[in-house]
Design a protein around this ligand. Structure first.
Ligand code: ATP
Ligand code: MG
Length: 216
């Protein structure tokens, strides 16, 4: 049996509340990144809860109970009955990948000087893990709604925990195809490069903004 969830309020009110939810979730991610608490799948569900608790409490922070299609995508999210097992596997894989990352403290970037080789290597590892978590969430599509937003914030949690900054991947009309194609490329060929490039571009843009602001 699939449960159909109804949303309250007018479309305009919902959009407003969702936008506020995303801001609240971004703040949660920033604070969590600075804490020393474990990163695991529970945190991903908390991010989702922060986005939706005031707008769609029935689905906030919980697995979907229905089957979904992703608009304009060939990827069919797994049957809803499989989601909780997939989420458990995801949690185990994440734990393993965080161990392998083996960066206990966040890296410190000196924006006036080019990073040394070891730092570049670490930055690459952080970006790859951020891309991995991003895709994993969108692939499993554990939520009834908000999978993309949760995935982008979880990806930022990885960047911010390890000393980089959160980014904003462009998903407006003209950029959405590029973003979705980057995710599809992983589905099809396990090729993370397009998503890694999008994240790297986002970081370059953020750091460029910071240097312009403080150093002109
Ligand atoms: N081929 C694909 N494989 C995996 N995930 C995909 C693919 N194409 C798109 N997606 C993801 O699915 C998201 C849409 O799912 P959903 O509507 O649950 O997310 P959302 O947060 O509500 O939307 P949005 O990301 O547009 O704000 C896309 O934004 C993208 O992150
Ligand atoms: Mg959506």
């Amino acid at each position: 049996m699939t449960k159909t969830t109804k949303r309250p309020c007018s479309e305009e009110e919902l959009q407003k509340r969702e936008a506020i939810g995303v801001i609240r979730a971004s703040r949660f991610v920033r604070k969590y990144a600075q804490s020393h608490q474990d990163i695991n799948v529970k945190v991903v569900f908390k991010i989702h809860n922060e986005i939706f608790k005031d707008v769609w409490p029935e689905i906030a922070g919980g697995c979907r109970e229905e089957n979904l299609k992703i608009a304009n995508s060939k990827h069919l999210p797994p049957h809803y009955s499989k989601v909780s097992a997939l989420v458990n596997n995801f949690d185990n894989e994440l734990e393993q990948k965080l161990k392998e990352l083996n960066i206990s403290e966040g890296i410190i970037l000196d924006i006036n000087n080019s990073p040394d080789e070891k730092t570049i290597e670490e930055i690459e590892k952080i970006i790859r893990l951020s891309a991995w978590i991003h895709h994993k969430i969108t692939h499993i599509h554990p939520f009834r709604e908000g999978n993309g937003r949760t995935a982008r914030l979880a990806a930022n949690l990885i960047l911010e925990r390890y000393g980089l900054v959160g980014i904003s991947i462009k998903i407006e009309k003209e950029n959405k195809n590029q973003y979705c194609n980057a995710l599809a490329q992983i589905d099809i060929m396990e090729d993370y490069e397009p998503l890694v490039t999008l994240i790297s571009d986002g970081l370059i843009e953020r750091y460029h903004g910071v240097t312009m602001k403080y150093y002109g």
